[in-house]
Design a protein around this ligand. Sequence first.
Ligand code: ADP
Length: 230
Amino acid sequence: ADQSSEEALPLLDQLRSRHSADADGILAWLRYRQLKLPEGSGFDQTIQRTLQEAAEGANRVRRIVRDLRSFARADDEALQAVDIHEVIDAAIDIADNEIRHRARLEKDYGEVPAVRGAPGRLTQVFLNLLVNAAHAIPEEAYGDQFIKVATRAERGNVYIDISDTGTGISDEIIDRIFDPFFTTKAQGMGTGLGLSICHGIVTGLGGEIKVQSRIGEGSTFSVMLPASDV
Ligand code: ADP
């Protein structure tokens, strides 16, 4: 590696390890390392903006790497009989921060057999669905907003419905939402990988995932998983 990349690598590490875009912090760090930046005449602001964009880019990469990691993890967890309610409750605990300010969470758990799966992978599925449901409901939403999780058994399969009273999904995009990298979220906010991860995991277990939605009324994601035969 040449001199300049040896200099650049620690800076990249620094960017990568930051939890949020923070150009001020990066500027301070550059100054601490005595890397000179011209002051005044707007040039400083240009650098500030460029660094802000770099930090946002790093942030976006961090999200993508995190989502891609869960693809990788998906293969090395052994299949076992899983209590789906335990898995959903774990996902609810993790998503609670996103849900609490926006909606009431309702549970309607039926009597269901264990499913065949891997707890970590399945937690990821319901976490993605719950976070998407929460993000479909604006924080300042007026009125009675809820996210409902219902489970039932039918002919040897377990069905899990996650419904929200959020924005709904238009007919123009509904066929694309399970595609990798399809997102309607602001740049840096969504990776567009969540639903394609869900789809990959669920179909990998012999199940199905579907959506029904109406603009302005909300959406229901329905997951079917075969019951465990062990
Ligand atoms: P991301 O959340 O990063 O955008 P996803 O694959 O999880 O990626 O979702 C893709 C897109 O599907 C979202 O950007 C959004 O437009 C739409 N979507 C997913 N879930 C919902 C939902 N519950 N309500 C409304 N739109 C949704």
